[in-house]
Design a protein around this ligand. Structure first.
Ligand SMILES: Nc1nc2c(ncn2[C@@H]2O[C@H](COP(=O)(O)OP(=O)(O)OP(=O)(O)O)[C@@H](O)[C@H]2O)c(=O)[nH]1
Ligand SMILES: O=P(O)(O)O[C@H]1O[C@H](CO)[C@@H](O)[C@H](O)[C@@H]1O
Length: 354
């Protein structure tokens, strides 16, 4: 049986100050008129029925998820802490395996924009068939359109069937020069961060490449359905070293295959991604929300709130206003917001703004 596993415990810190610890990006309406997590569920519910859709999230976000999605509480997998995507996916794998030994997991981030519903559904069905029959880890590949250094790249290897390739190499977040060379070579795809695999196959890969995490997951597996479940999850999570599924498994495994997809995809990783979806004025400015009064402003993205934003002679900037924080930064440094948020989190005076 196929299950959707929606990862929804991240902080979306590159979208700070709009995205806060108390209400991260996946629970905001960013480019569509529903929250990002609602859009994620809408996109898959023709393929995977609601009772097979699961969300893995931090325990603090359970009530937000319940208010947005019509999910049974047993389909919300609670994490006591954020230990990155390998643990989040591993926890979902043991939860599903406990009730279905043939579980196939469709792992989806909760903060992507996808255009081309029919194509997406067709690709997902194909991915489920490949993962169910084969002993492999399926990733959904996107044809790159720019030398993006914020994504993982997949080198296509042997063609297995129409649109399906063995993964020759998986390179997580190369620098821009390497990304340019991948684009020129033409045989690389972006890793979309959407994966399909059997739960048992994934756990065997975790056993091989992340043995400590595997040991913790096995203890959790034993405790699932007992009175001790929550305590054991807390105890094991306190021991887990966080690592992403990309660094932890995908870069190491030789069982990965990639599907060459053709829908439009974006991970809306940072504010600058909005340029690809929102309309700009004749000076290439984007205004998303709030009122603005601009004089000789160019190539600037402004996300307003309640106040009027007045800017004079500003170029290539990002301006984000909220009720208690104003962020001003050059657009080409927008990735640094994540680091700033980490610093603020560790600062007693400013932590409350995170
Ligand atoms: N359950 C769970 N989900 C996670 C965790 N880390 C990231 N995610 C989710 O995985 C997806 C991809 O996350 P990232 O973009 O890597 O991280 P993020 O925290 O959302 O964003 P940044 O802080 O801006 O990097 C998103 O849907 C996140 O909500 C985690 O530790 N647990
Ligand atoms: O954690 P990050 O920064 O969002 O990166 C992850 O997602 C990217 C796609 O959104 C992928 O391209 C990366 O390989 C990785 O899976």
């Amino acid at each position: 049986m196929a299950y959707a596993v929606i990862m929804s415990g991240g902080l979306g810190s590159r979208f700070w100050p709009k995205s806060r610890k108390s209400l991260p990006k996946q629970f905001l309406k960013i480019v569509e008129d529903k929250t990002m997590i609602e859009c994620t569920v809408d996109r898959i519910k023709n393929i995977i029925p609601m009772d097979k859709i699961c969300v893995v999230t931090n325990k603090n976000y359970v009530s937000i998820i319940q208010s947005l999605l019509d999910l049974k509480s047993e389909n919300i997998f609670k994490e006591p802490d954020n230990k990155e995507t390998a643990s989040c996916i591993g926890l979902a794998a043991v939860k599903l395996l406990k009730k279905d030994f043939d579980a196939v997991m469709v792992v989806l981030p909760s903060d992507h924009v996808i255009i081309g519903r029919e194509e997406f559904e067709k690709t997902l069905k194909h991915a489920i068939d490949v993962a169910r029959d084969g002993d492999c880890l399926v990733t959904m590949g996107i044809n790159p359109t720019r030398p993006e250094s914020g994504y993982g790249y997949i080198e296509k290897g042997e063609r297995l069937e129409d649109g399906v390739y063995r993964v020759k190499r998986f390179v997580e977040k190369p620098n821009v020069d390497v990304a340019k060379s991948f684009l020129e070579k033409g045989n690389y795809l972006w890793n979309s961060g959407m994966f399909v695999w059997r739960a048992d196959r994934l756990l065997r890969e975790i056993k091989k490449y992340l043995p400590d995490l595997y040991r913790s997951l096995m203890k959790i597996y034993e405790a699932i359905g007992t009175f001790d479940e929550e305590r054991v999850i807390e105890e094991e999570y306190s021991k887990i070293d966080g690592i992403s599924i990309d660094f932890g498994v995908m870069q190491r495994t030789n069982r990965a295959v990639v599907l060459d997809t053709s829908f439009v995809w974006d991970d809306i990783g940072s504010f600058t991604a909005l340029e690809r979806f929102l309309n700009s004025d004749e000076s290439n400015n984007i205004v998303a929300g709030g009122e603005v009064f601009l004089t000789e402003v160019q190539n600037t993205t402004i996300l307003g709130d309640k106040r009027l934003i007045v800017a004079i002679g500003v170029k290539d900037m990002l301006i984000v206003d909220t009720k208690d924080v104003v962020l001003i930064c050059p657009k080409d440094r927008a990735q640094e917001i994540k680091e700033v948020v980490k610093k603020l989190s560790n600062n007693d005076e400013f932590e409350r703004f995170v």
